[in-house]
Every structure is written in structure tokens, then in C-alpha cells.
Ligand binder design. Structure first.
Ligand code: ZN
Ligand code: ZN
Length: 477
């Protein structure tokens, strides 16, 4: 099984760098436990083509070594074997992968022959202990002050080099993922963009696989903008067909689509295909509440949340932390003019990632509405009965929407992605949340701290844990 990449948060990276004495004269070491997602389906592959399963790794938690168990020199570092034995045991018990990290003070020194021999021995030990397990041994090397290399051992003598992604205030590819290079031949339409944000950013966008959940007013604008930015692959998820009342804001749609009862995802795929810019579009018309659908998003590098659905948001909210998968969630709320006060029009863009406050703690998701939508999805008759008896709080009355506001909110969301990859705002990177008040002519970051004990954003217990049973530790999905 091939390993596609290894993702680590900026906080985890800071711990590993400190433990490995990066910047010092002596080498240093640390251990780490990683989660993984097992990808068996490639949303962009031809249906007849069976994908070779791929593994994506995410750092779950650093396991620092007690200082009296480490022996560090200028050109070598070693630590007590029982620390590694205990790491293997934890990995087996928790369904995780063990990893070791060390540093070379000089940037010019790659993995040494001695590293090769030691790691192959540790790999052998892992496979003997956890016989029949699918575990891999991960090795991370800090070279000099800045460089990070990673590789994975599955079989004797032949480690696989793995690209490293750092998720924090920015979204950084630490090492060039050569095997997923997808720079397209005809990229001249991106020339002016390269002048603005640099060709590295243009190439990173071309490699990106981006999920868009919800293809309505904001979603269709996001899809249009991402295709013009040159994003390589898009995965569109939405179960709905185009309705007459969507035509004021749904980019790419026509009145004929309403007559033909076309799915929104099909309309948008046709729209992007007709641009001829080379973006590959995969679609899924099943709701996100199907675990199979949600699992497809594990193939993505970034996800845009453009749904009004509380259950859908609840799922994206968990995926961001479990899979270190950044989610750019957005919403628009319009309170029309009343007699005693003017209208309030607010667009919201929230970046979900470890280190930021989640949507539950921000009060964006109503757990009750999410439960009700879950019931409607799983047991529609029971939902109907409860609705009749007045137990259902939410209603599906149409909410106000204007195409200019949905489009501007979508633009603000896509600009956050640019802030994260192109460094447009310097080290500040992307905002945690940004609110645009169209009635007040104001756009500002909005802060919010995690609620005590939140298992997603307050504690790091689920960060990077990857695949668990049940999926996302949510029964009933
Ligand atoms: Zn070494
Ligand atoms: Zn939270």
C-alpha cells in the first residue's frame, strides 16, 4: 500500500522540533503516534479502474522521551529500546502507527546508512510484534533549522519517501510531493495569476484536490472561482436538483436545468468541463450523512463547507480535527427590514482546524437540528410522525438569499485559501473566522474560545486520530 502524505499540525511540529533539539549542536530524538486513513476509492478514477489502496498519515500525538533515556552526540542519537517497545504497544492497543523522529544539525545531511540500518531493525521488530497488523514505521528527520524529511518503512530495506504537509496558520507543503505533481501542460491561462501569487502557489493549487459540500449559492460560486484559480481536482457533493428559486444565485445554471430536473452537481460539472481549463470534476449526489459519501472527502486536501444542513456541518466539523483536514465553512444570514430596525446581512467564513474553535463551540451548529436531520435521513417515517406531533423544532421555510451576498461570501472563503497557501497576509495566514456585515460595510475577524472539555477543539484527544470505528466516533451514521 502506497503512502500518499503525512500531515502534522504546527503545534505538534513545534513540540517535535523542541524535543529533537532543532537549532542546537547536538542531535535529538522524539517518538510519535500517527493515525491513518485507508483510501480504497479514488473519486476521480474511472469507475472501471480499481484503485491501489492508499494510506494517508496524520500525526496524532508526540510522545517525548525522558531526557535520561536519550544519548545524544554531534553525529548520532540513540535511546533506550524499552521506550520503543512501549511505543509499539501503545500503537497496537490504540490502532495507530509508531513513528520516530531525530535531527541532523547540518542541513546537508540526509538519512545516513546508520539510520537505514537502525530503522530497518525497528521495522522488523514492529512486524514481528504486531504480526498480521497493517502498521508501518514512520521516520521523521529534521535537517538543519528548517528542512523536514519523512519516510515510511513497510518492508525490508526499502523505505518510501513521503511528502510532509504542515497545517497551521498556513497550509505548507514541506517537501515537494513529486509523485503527485500534476502541473498541466496548458497552464498559460494562469500566467497573470502567477505574477500575483508566484508560480509555486499556482503549482500547489494545480495539485490540490478540493471537496465542495453543498452546491447552492455559495457552493456554485466557490466551484467557479476554484476552477479559474486552476485547482486540479474538485469533488462536488450535493443531493439536490436545481429549483426555480435557485436561479437568482446558482452560478452555471439555466432555466432549462429546472425543466430537466438536473442535479446541481451535474450542472456544475458541465459548467466547469465547458470552461476547458483542465480541472477534473468528480460528483456525488448522495448526502454527506451517508458515511460512504463523507469518507470520499478523506481524499481531499481542503474542503469547502457550503451547506446549510446542521448534520452535514456536524460531520465536517469532526472530520477537520480527526483527519487534520482543513474545512473552510461559510454561511450567510439575512434578517430582512423590520418596522423598528434596518436589515442585517452577515456573511461568515470559518476555518476549522486543530488550534481553532469548532462550529459547535461557536454556536453555528444546533445539535438538536442535527439530530432531527439525522432522524429524517435514517428513519423518514418516524421523523414525519414526530413532525406531525409538533416535536420537530426546525422548519424548512425558505430563507432569504441574494446572489451578490452569497457570491461575495464565497469569494471571501476562497481568499482565505489563498492566504493560507500564498502567504498573502504573511505569517498571520488565514483567519480563524471572518464576518462580513454587508449592511454595516464592515469585514472583521471574530474570535471565540473553545468551550471547556470540547472533545474536538478544547482537547487534542481526537486530533489526527484518523479512521476509527465507528467512523468519526459517531454511532448511527
Ligand atoms: Zn540520523
Ligand atoms: Zn469545540
Amino acid at each position: 500500500m502506497r503512502v500518499r502524505d503525512l500531515t502534522i499540525t504546527d503545534r505538534q511540529l513545534a513540540i517535535l522540533r523542541r524535543e529533537c533539539n532543532v537549532g542546537g549542536e547536538l542531535e535529538g530524538a522524539c517518538q510519535v503516534l500517527c493515525g491513518s486513513s485507508n483510501l480504497h476509492e479514488d473519486p476521480w478514477a474511472d469507475r472501471h479502474f480499481c484503485m491501489e489502496p492508499e494510506l494517508r498519515l496524520t500525526v496524532h500525538r508526540p510522545e517525548p522521551l525522558p531526557s535520561d533515556r536519550v544519548r545524544a552526540g554531534n553525529v548520532s542519537v540513540s535511546w533506550d529500546m524499552d521506550c520503543y517497545v512501549s511505543l509499539m504497544r501503545k500503537a497496537r492497543e490504540e490502532g495507530l502507527h509508531p513513528g520516530i523522529c531525530h535531527s541532523h544539525p547540518r542541513a546537508g545531511s540526509p538519512f545516513s546508512h546508520q539510520d537505514d540500518g537502525n530503522e530497518d531493525h525497528l521495522r522488523d521488530l514492529l512486524q514481528r510484534r504486531n504480526r498480521g497488523g497493517e502498521q508501518v514505521l514512520i521516520s521523521i528527520l529534521f535537517r538543519g533549522e528548517t528542512r523536514v524529511d519523512a519516510r515510511v518503512w513497510r518492508s525490508a530495506g526499502s523505505p518510501q519517501t513521503v511528502p510532509v504537509r504542515v497545517l497551521g496558520r498556513e497550509l505548507v507543503e514541506c517537501s515537494q510531493p513529486s509523485h503527485v505533481r500534476e502541473v498541466r501542460a496548458d497552464s498559460s491561462f494562469l500566467q497573470r495569476q502567477a505574477l500575483a501569487v508566484g508560480s509555486d502557489t499556482v503549482e500547489q493549487l494545480q495539485r490540490f484536490r478540493i471537496g465542495v459540500v453543498g452546491c447552492g449559492g455559495t457552493g456554485s460560486a466557490v466551484v467557479t472561482l476554484l476552477a479559474r484559480l486552476g485547482v486540479g481536482r474538485l469533488l462536488l457533493i450535493d443531493p439536490d436538483t436545481v429549483a426555480e428559486t435557485n436561479l437568482n444565485r446558482l452560478h452555471g445554471s439555466t432555466r432549462q436545468d429546472v425543466v430537466d430536473r438536473k442535479l446541481k452537481v451535474q450542472v456544475l460539472k458541465g459548467w466547469v468541463d465547458s470552461m476547458g481549463l483542465g480541472t477534473r470534476v468528480a460528483v456525488c449526489q448522495a448526502p454527506l450523512a451517508n458515511a460512504v459519501t463523507a469518507k470520499l472527502l478523506r481524499s481531499c486536501d481542503v474542503v469547502f463547507g457550503c451547506t446549510d444542513d446542521h448534520l452535514g456541518r456536524l460531520i465536517l466539523n469532526r472530520m477537520a480535527y480527526f483527519y487534520l483536514l482543513p474545512v473552510i465553512d461559510m454561511g450567510l444570514s439575512i434578517d430582512p427590514n423590520c418596522q423598528d430596525r434596518p436589515a442585517q446581512v452577515a456573511g461568515r467564513v470559518t476555518i476549522l482546524r486543530p488550534g481553532n474553535t469548532c462550529l459547535l463551540c461557536r454556536g453555528v451548529i444546533s445539535p438538536r437540528r442535527a439530530r432531527e436531520q439525522g432522524l429524517r435521513h435514517k428513519r423518514p417515517e418516524e421523523y414525519g410522525r414526530q413532525e406531525k406531533e409538533g416535536y420537530i423544532a426546525g422548519s424548512d421555510t425558505p430563507t432569504p438569499a441574494v446572489g451578490t451576498f452569497t457570491t461575495e461570501t464565497a469569494t471571501a472563503a476562497v481568499n482565505e485559501l489563498l492566504a493560507a497557501v500564498a502567504g498573502l497576509r504573511g505569517p498571520k495566514g488565514w483567519a480563524s473566522e471572518r464576518t462580513i456585515r454587508y449592511d454595516l460595510d464592515r469585514c472583521r475577524p471574530t474570535g471565540c474560545t473553545p468551550r471547556d472539555g470540547c472533545s474536538l477543539c478544547y482537547s487534542s484527544d481526537n486530533w489526527g486520530i484518523g479512521d476509527v470505528k465507528p467512523f468519526l466516533d459517531l454511532g448511527g451514521l
